[in-house]
Design a protein around this ligand. Structure first.
Ligand code: GCU
Length: 418
């Protein structure tokens, strides 16, 4: 019996929302070629990439996925509210800096925590890490100022949406501060909710309110929360440029999950970042949308309508119509270094799709004289593949752990020739 048109439409909608978890069900797809211009011209030189193709790809991601990059702030001010030369038993200098985006103190700002290794001669290479739970969650150090901002509960020492002392160090397992310092690197971190609340009703209260009329609906290519978080990462780098103890020219930008989507976008748009790291970023991050494995475009737009630009919704169930796929986002890091990390049990984020995106970014790195991923197949868990593009798959679930950081530190050492 043939299907009624209504049943066919219902079936197509159902299919566009149902996650695929079986490799055999991944549909055939053709990726857009990062090395062919929109006019059909093959990109055969670094100049053509830089002058034509790269700007085209940036514009496509802005228009169809993340929204337009926000302009630089008119008034950027850095207020150093803490400068402790003997933090963490003398291992580090701790600085806390309020980054103000306007001349008024009560307007949107981000509070940056910086640890600099005391044992290092000259400015330290840095990891800029965006956090889910506030600066005080990354270490028990009582000198870290407790975030005063709205926060979700979820048993992280947050009551009535305010962090309490109980949340100090609640995410220390995700950020091995001592290990980073011992390896000669500094850490800078801030709470993503300082820039934009991760809430579909309130996400425009902070950074986006500086640039958008929040009483009007967002325009089709206006930035959403990911755009605001990524923009704030650039402002943190603006601060690092002024700190003589931090090496702003050797700064890696790093985030986990939705914040991995964010670090990829920040690293694509702000070419001052030397290394761009996506950790378990999945759909809308490192994973290829066309594979439709795990979380897919329709689902992410439905669950998180505030993350991407509204145009991205045009691709719900129509992934093949996207003029880009996520390998092209990774390619925007070139010729700088890019790293993608996945976890075996993190199927929602499509580990294979993340690997393949890193792999298919390769030709752009190659064209620019940099090494693509040095493997053709996804490496075994625990075995890192490090070219100018890096990848590892960790055994286990959706999280950032010390083992992951060990790979990032090795990768940075290799990249900086340390
Ligand atoms: C959800 C979401 C993912 C996201 C993740 C996270 O699972 O569907 O896209 O990466 O949250 O940020 O932890």
């Amino acid at each position: 019996m043939s299907m009624t048109p209504l049943a066919a439409i219902a079936g197509a909608i159902w299919l566009s929302f149902t996650p695929i978890y079986d490799e055999d069900e991944v549909p055939e797809y053709t990726l857009p070629d990062p090395l062919v211009t929109e006019g059909g011209e093959p990109v055969t030189s670094p100049e053509l990439w830089r002058e034509t193709r790269r700007p085209e790809i940036v514009a496509l991601f802005e228009e169809h996925v993340y929204g337009r990059w926000l302009p630089d702030p008119e008034h950027l001010r850095f207020e150093v509210v803490d400068d402790e030369p003997e933090a963490l038993d003398g291992a580090a200098t701790r600085r806390q800096v309020v980054i103000h985006f306007t001349e008024e103190d009560d307007r949107p700002s981000v509070e940056l925590l910086v640890y600099l290794p005391n044992d290092v001669e000259g400015p330290a290479p840095m990891f800029l890490y965006l956090s889910f739970w506030g600066n005080h969650s990354v270490h028990e150090d009582p000198g870290i100022r407790l975030s005063q901002r709205w926060m979700r509960g979820h048993g992280q020492g947050v009551e009535d949406n305010r962090a309490t002392d109980a949340s100090r160090g609640s995410r220390a397992a995700n950020v091995p501060v001592e290990m980073i310092l011992e390896r000669g690197y500094g850490l800078a971190t801030f709470y993503y909710g300082d820039a934009a609340l991760d809430d579909a009703d309130r996400y425009r209260e902070y950074v986006l309110s500086l640039f958008q009329d929040v009483d009007e609906e967002r325009g089709p290519d206006d930035a959403g929360a990911i755009g605001a978080w990524a923009w704030a990462l650039s402002r943190a780098l603006d601060y690092l440029e002024t700190d003589a103890d931090a090496d702003d020219e050797r700064t890696a930008v790093l985030g986990h999950s939705r914040l991995g989507k964010t670090s990829l976008w920040a690293g694509a748009m702000d070419e001052r970042f030397a290394i761009v790291i996506s950790h378990n970023s999945g759909c809308g991050g490192a994973a290829l949308s066309r594979r439709r494995f795990g979380e897919r475009v329709s689902r992410i737009n439905d669950s998180f309508p505030h993350w991407f630009c509204h145009n991205f919704r045009e691709y719900n169930g129509r992934e093949d119509a996207l003029p880009v796929d996520q390998h092209m986002l990774i390619a925007l890091a070139a010729p700088r270094a890019a790293y993608v990390a996945s976890a075996t049990e993190d199927l929602w984020a499509d580990p294979r799709g993340e690997f393949l995106a890193a792999y298919h970014a390769g030709p752009v790195f190659d064209l620019l004289g940099e090494s693509p991923l040095p493997v053709d197949d996804m490496p075994e868990p625990g075995v890192a593949a490090h070219g100018t593009v890096g990848f590892h798959l960790r055994d286990g679930g959706h999280a950032i752990l010390e083992e992951d950081w060990a790979h990032y530190l090795d990768f940075a050492d290799m990249h900086y020739g340390r």
